[in-house]
Design a protein around this ligand. Sequence first.
Ligand SMILES: [Zn+2]
Ligand SMILES: [Zn+2]
Ligand SMILES: [Zn+2]
Length: 337
Amino acid sequence: MAMSDARYKLLGGGQYPSECDEDAPVPPALPVPFCRCEPGNQLAEVKQSRHPKTAGRAFYICKWNDSLNPCHCLFFQWIDGPDKFDPRIRLFPYYRSESWAFNEFRRWVPPPLNPPPMTEEEKQEAAIYRVNNPPKCHCGVRAKLQRPNIGVPPKFTPFFRCSLKTRDGWPACDFNEYIYGPRSHWSTEEEVREFESGKKPWPCTTTPSLRCKCGILATKGVVPSELGYGYYCGNSYGEYWEGRTCDWEWFEGRYELMLQLGRTKEPWKSRDTLNRKLKIRKDYQVTLPLESFLSGPVLQDLRREYGKKAAEKATLEDCIVYWRRNRSKYPRPLTDR
Ligand SMILES: [Zn+2]
Ligand SMILES: [Zn+2]
Ligand SMILES: [Zn+2]
């Protein structure tokens, strides 16, 4: 969003350096400064630079620094001097808009060297050993083996991850190793050459791939609730989201939508939800079972489970919802497409 000159000046335009000013003064890190936003008690947050001239150096910035957010100010202050310059940070992806309160900030430090390459036999041997002697995660507990495999040949390598869970079901720490050993952290020399020659963008310009709750790389598409287009459990396959191990899904504006639906009363809530689904189905050509199938076998199953009364009231949409919840009951193909 474009800013007027007056507003630009008010928010500190022209007064503050930015992360490309490598020689800007370095004040003491504490106390945490306030930024220029109103009300005036907004503490600045911390980021670590990915700029080629200042990479690795931590700095304070307005907490609304996301360029999509129109209500940010231009506050900037170095925390680190040039001695903290470490261009290797540019090889590691990060979330561009992410910033941290000073006391929550965890500095990026270079990860250990890549593990040496293993032959298939070595991998198998190591896997057998590690299944019996699971590695410990960063929290110090035995890591849990995840086997997200589906299909033949398996699409994912089993991996160890933290066995503790946060309140909302995520692993407590980001420990993540293959069944046979640690993963590679660093780009290969060939990849680095490609970044340097400009054939590929530097990893610092991309964000890491999203993972679903169960730790598998997320899949992009119409989400299973059909309320949006975004990401959902990566263990899904096929047109009907078969194989899903968790119900995690995310799409742009999901949070706002849930708030809005939460405030809406029936019957408008159901109507709004349905309209949205219909639009998504149309926009992305979502595959559905034949109507005769829904009002036939699916409705019969619904009736068996919920009784005659419920079945009489059930709409086609209810049948679709029932069918989605019980995907494994129904053999494919479900449509004649
Ligand atoms: Zn600000
Ligand atoms: Zn852990
Ligand atoms: Zn999942």
